[in-house]
Every structure is written in C-alpha cells, then in structure tokens.
Design a protein around this ligand. Structure first.
Ligand SMILES: CC(C)(COP(=O)(O)OP(=O)(O)OC[C@H]1O[C@@H](n2cnc3c(N)ncnc32)[C@H](O)[C@@H]1OP(=O)(O)O)[C@@H](O)C(=O)NCCC(=O)NCCS
Length: 438
C-alpha cells in the first residue's frame, strides 16, 4: 500500500461519521456572484453534486453582484448606487439583475448536468428545481432614499420547496422575488438564504463568503461573541450583513451557520466532513445539555477522566474528592453518558478562579465542545465577578494559549492555591483576563 492509499483510507474512515450524520439533513448553501465567476466554481458544483448524492437535501442560493457590475461596465453604464450595503435597483439595474440571474442559473444547471464518463458527475443524475418560491415586498423609501426594485423576502413557499427536496431535487434559488402585484424585486442573498433556512428549519446554512477569517480565531462563534462582533462595527459590510442574518437564522431554529471562505478549493467538503472544519461556525446552543453536575454524575465523570488520569494528562482525583467537590463541576450529557466536564474553583477574594479537569470524550473531539465548555465556564466565572481564570496544565498548554490564556508564575496565583502547588508535577500556569477576553 502506498502512502497515498493509506491517507485515502484514513481520510475515508475519518469522514464516515459525518457522512452518516449529514444523511437526510437539509442544508442551504449560498454564494455570491464572485464565486460563480471564479476558477473554483466548477469544483464547487461537483462538491455540491456529491453532497446531494450522499442524501443531503440542498437549497442553493446564488448571488449576482459581480456579474451585474461587469455587465453594466460592458454596456458602458454607470456603476449602480448602493445604500446600507444594498443596491438601489432602478429599471435599468433590474433588467441587468434579471439577465444575470438567468445567465448564472443556466450556468449552474449546466455544470450540475455534466455526465461525461471522465467527469466527477458521471452517472450522478442530479435533478434541479427552480421556481417562484419567494414572495417579495419592496424595501421602500428609507432615510429619504427610494430603493425602487430592491426588495425583501415576504414569504417562502415552504411546502413547495419541501416537496421538491423530498423528490430528491437540488433547489436553485436566484435573488429575485415576486410580489402579488406581479412585480419583480432584487433581493439580498443573505436575506433569501436565511428566510429559506428558517422556513425549512434547515440543519445548516453554509455561507461561502469572502475573508471569513476576521470572524473568529477558534472557528467557533457563540451568539454572544457574534452579537458583540456586530456591535463593534469592525466587519466589512457584506460580512456584517451575513453575520446579522446568521444570528437571525440561529434565533429562529436553524441549528448551525457555517462561514467558509469561498476561495478555498474544497472548503465546503473540509468544513462538513473533517474534524475541525476550515470555516467559522455559529450555533445557538453550544451549551446544549450542559449543566451543573449532581452527585449521581460522579460515576460518569470517573469514566470520562480515568483514561486521562492514567495517561497523566489530568491529575488523579479519588471518588471521595469528586463527591465532595461535585458542586464545582459542570457536565455535558448525551444519551445518558457524560461526554464532557470541567470544574471551576473560585477564589473570590482575589476575583480569580481555577479552571480544572476540562475534558471532552474522544468520540466528540472535533465538534468544538471544548470551546463551548470554555465559553460556558467563562460565563459562569463572570457571573461570580471573577476577573481572572487560571489553569495548571502539563500537556494542554497550547490549547489554552490559543484561547487567550497567558503564561504566568506561581506568584500570580491566589495564596491558598500557591501553598498547594505540586512541585513534582511541574504544571505550567496560565491566566486569562475575562473582561478583555469575552
Ligand atoms: C482539551 C480538550 C478539552 C479540547 O476538546 P475539543 O474541543 O473536543 O478539542 P479537539 O480535540 O476537537 O481539538 C480542538 C483543537 O485543539 C487542539 N488540541 C487538542 N488537544 C490539545 C493539546 N493537548 N494541546 C494543544 N492543542 C490541542 C486540536 O489539535 C485542535 O486544534 P486544530 O483545530 O488546530 O487541529 C480535549 O482535547 C481533551 O479532553 N483533552 C484531554 C484533557 C485535557 O488535556 N484537559 C485540559 C487540562 S485541564
């Protein structure tokens, strides 16, 4: 077996839990006009066909912006006006929006219809459905600016969309909506994607966007950090609008929103089928089933941490010690099994707390549970007016450093903790300042 063969087998095995988990789920995938005109677009369409063949129900929402601008330029027409990041769609612009939608939609359908024997879509038989799924209303006049044919989603024909998905079609939606008065409106793709994802109660909205790296370093956003990011007004206008819609999606029943950099060839597959993904994920409830530990959880905690204690990663705790300290523990439970835990020991006089015994069951690594657990413990600490969180670790230094902990000295710890320092274990000390970190 060559190294390549081994890598392939390892990769396939690694992806299998995700293949299983995504089967039968509904994903909305949106991408702007710039993606359509990029060199990777053909690959993206092939990856989308693959997702469809893996039994994922897909709705694609495409944009048009770059194409319209190019068409206007070629026609010698002036660039269109924007306000609040939205195009002001006059009659001329609407004609260009309609023609760009027609062009892009046909190009996508052509790519998904490929079937040559040497192409990735050989025998794929993809069905595509498009139609008047979106009812729109005009944005109207705002701050004295008439947005003309720029509209907003008023209603989504959920029943029809669902019927098409159940027939195994990929639904393709252009950023156009139709009003009961028979007019056509130009819509923002984020508005369309979010409204469709909410109407379908989609499991995911994946937004293929520009420069998503500015969203987070950890690849994970809680609703709280996402809201703060919006308030800082530091994001570029398109990303700001996407994040705003992502929050709306998660608040209205969409399980997860993923931002994936569209320039990354294969980024969609990496995000969906690899342990850590490559994008940034927002989800409403990272703290799902996270709760204060009870005395009955001691057995489950021991089962989780015993292998880590044996390997010397965590310091050994007796059952008695766990029982007396159970009030400091938080656990995450799934199907009756404790899959993650952490403890917070406060030193209120110093406004400090020790974060200890952080563990995630290996089966659940790669699902950002460690990050969610840390975010939860930070919230718990802040609720107790704790300003600094410290950890003592022998093997996990980098994990904490990458999450805002800074190397510190024994001197920096609360007196009571200093006296208990185990010189044999030689743990390293790290401190995170909470007000700055959250
Ligand atoms: C640390 C821990 C809680 C993180 O759980 P998780 O969120 O499920 O994390 P994952 O295993 O998915 O890893 C997430 C990232 O952290 C990295 N990471 C995991 N363990 C690490 C370690 N010991 N040191 C440095 N980085 C580590 C992973 O490589 C990954 O980074 P990448 O995305 O750049 O590849 C988990 O690895 C664990 O239970 N470790 C054993 C117990 C432990 O060390 N606890 C801390 C002592 S208090």
């Amino acid at each position: 077996m060559t190294d390549n063969d081994q890598q392939f087998v390892a990769w396939f095995r690694h992806a299998s839990p995700y293949i299983h988990a995504h089967h039968g789920k509904t994903f909305v995938i949106s991408f702007d006009g710039a993606a359509v005109d990029s060199a990777n677009f053909r690959h993206l369409m092939h990856d989308i066909a693959l997702l469809s063949n893996l039994g994922i129900h897909l709705v694609l929402v495409h944009g048009t912006r770059l194409r319209i601008e190019r068409n206007l330029e070629q026609g010698g027409l002036a660039a269109q006006q924007y306000a609040d990041g939205l195009r002001i769609t006059d009659n001329t612009a609407l004609e260009h929006v309609k023609s760009a939608c027609g062009q892009i939609s046909s190009e996508i359908q052509a790519l998904l219809s490929m079937g040559l024997s040497n192409s990735p879509l050989h025998a794929a038989k993809i069905k595509i459905s498009s139609g008047n799924f979106i009812t729109a209303k005009p944005v109207g006049v705002r701050h004295g600016i008439d947005f003309k044919y720029t509209g907003e989603v008023r209603r989504v024909d959920n029943a029809e969309l669902q019927r098409q998905l159940n027939h195994g079609s990929i639904v393709l939606i252009s950023p156009l909506g139709y009003s009961p008065s028979g007019e056509i409106f130009n819509l923002a793709i984020e508005d369309v994607a979010t409204s469709v994802a909410i109407a379908l109660k989609a499991n995911k909205w994946v937004s293929l966007s520009e420069s998503t790296g500015t969203l987070s370093h950890s690849g994970y956003l809680t609703m709280q950090t996402a809201t703060q990011l919006l308030a800082e007004q530091s994001l570029e206008a398109d990303l700001h609008r996407q994040l705003k819609n992502a929050i709306r999606a998660c608040e209205n029943g969409v399980e997860r929103v993923h931002f994936v950099e569209r320039q990354l060839d294969g980024g969609l597959l990496l995000e969906l089928f690899s342990r850590d993904g490559v994008g940034t994920m927002l989800s409403k409830d990272p703290f799902e089933n996270l709760r204060q530990a009870q005395i009955d959880d001691v057995g489950g905690i021991i089962a989780l941490i015993a292998p880590l204690e044996k390997a010397g990663v965590l310091v050994k705790r007796s059952r008695e010690k766990l029982e007396t300290e159970i009030a400091y523990f938080v656990v995450q439970e799934r199907d009756g099994v404790i899959i993650a835990c952490a403890a917070l020991y406060p030193y209120l006089d110093e406004k400090m707390a020790e974060l200890a015994c952080v563990a995630v069951h290996p089966r659940y690594h790669g699902t950002k549970r460690g990050d969610a657990l840390l975010a939860f413990m930070e919230q718990q600490a802040q609720a107790q007016q704790i300003e600094h969180l410290f950890v003592m670790t022998t093997r996990t230094a980098h994990w904490f450093q990458e999450r805002g902990f800074i190397a510190a000295e024994l001197e920096d710890l609360p007196m009571a903790k200093k006296q208990l320092y185990n010189y044999q274990r030689q743990s390293k000390i790290f401190i995170k300042t909470l007000s700055a970190g959250l």
